[in-house]
Ligand binder design. Structure first.
Ligand code: NAP
Length: 260
């Protein structure tokens, strides 16, 4: 018996086997869920499809979350094929590399709009289309990072986007709670992925995070996946509007103690 037996869920943002979404997919599959995925354009379908098929995905469709027409088409397909869904995991973020490398005070309007659109608004855009498919109630989870509430070197623009994402999580939880839908965010510690490579000096960030954490190490995508599987399961039926840290306890500490 898995904690997700009989549940159908979408996992948005699988790029490769390093993605946090892959840790989530493996945990949800192990716990008995039937899964659906998106990929961003034909080029990436080649990477995503074999992974999705290895967890017996029954829905694999193209979706660029910056395009309303694609969002409508994707969720229409989900409705036509599955009818109803139980959960959705949003594991998507993007900012121009230069926008993360340049001083934050030099942020341009277009870089700001792009980062906020794909990394924060897209969760709202997906939630408003997924909610009507959650007829028996449901659960939504997005991925965030501590840079939303602290000034983390090299995270600038994305930190502002994550702050908007976390606030959106709370307001979505308020709106959708009426329909029995829970909305939460998982705040993961740093994990080496494609998206993470855009963050300046990520190696140093990982070292500091390990040293400053309560467990003295970083977390894995499997650990983030396991916590997400719990949040989308009925075991978390009383949890909504939460930012749940999976960072080996780094956020409660005073930071890197500076021990080399
Ligand atoms: P990842 O594997 O690169 O995943 C990011 C995903 O976002 C990719 O699948 C990417 O697709 C997708 N994406 C970007 N623009 C998109 C668009 N317009 N439409 C649809 N999909 C789009 O990196 P990750 O680290 O697992 O990131 C997943 C989430 O975890 C992000 O929200 C990230 O901020 C968050 N997070 C990461 C860490 C970390 O240290 N890695 C820590 C805390 C939170 P393509 O690759 O195909 O472009």
């Amino acid at each position: 018996m898995g904690i997700l037996d009989g549940k159908k869920g979408l996992i948005l943002g699988l790029a490769n086997d390093k993605s946090i979404a892959w840790g989530v997919a493996q945990a949800c599959y192990r716990e008995g869920a039937e899964l659906g995925f998106n990929y961003l354009g034909e080029q990436l379908e080649k990477r995503v499809r074999p992974l999705a098929e290895s967890v017996d995905a029954t829905l694999i469709e193209s979706l660029d979350v910056s395009d309303d027409a694609q969002l409508d088409a994707f969720f229409d397909k989900v409705k036509a094929q599955w009818g109803e869904i139980d959960f959705m995991v949003h594991s998507i973020a993007f900012a121009n590399k230069d926008a993360l490398r340049n001083p934050f005070s030099q942020a341009t309007r277009s870089d700001f709009q792009l980062a906020l659109d794909i990394s924060a608004y897209s969760f709202i855009a997906c939630a408003q289309r997924a909610a009507p498919l959650m007829k028996e109630g449901g659960s939504m989870v997005t991925m965030t990072y501590l840079g939303a509430e602290r000034a983390v070197p090299g995270y600038g623009m994305m930190g502002v986007a994550k702050a908007a994402l976390e606030a959106s999580t709370r307001y979505l939880a308020q709106d959708l709670g009426t329909y029995g839908i829970r909305v939460n965010a998982v705040s993961a510690g740093p994990i080496r992925t494609l998206a993470a490579s855009a963050v300046g000096d990520f190696r140093k960030l990982m070292e500091k995070s390990a040293r400053g954490s309560m467990l003295g190490r970083n977390v894995s995508q499997t650990e983030v996946g396991n916590t997400t599987a719990y949040l989308v399961s009925d075991l978390a039926s009383g949890v909504s509007g939460e930012v749940h840290y999976v960072d080996a306890g780094f956020h409660i500490g005073a930071g890197d103690p500076g021990i080399e």
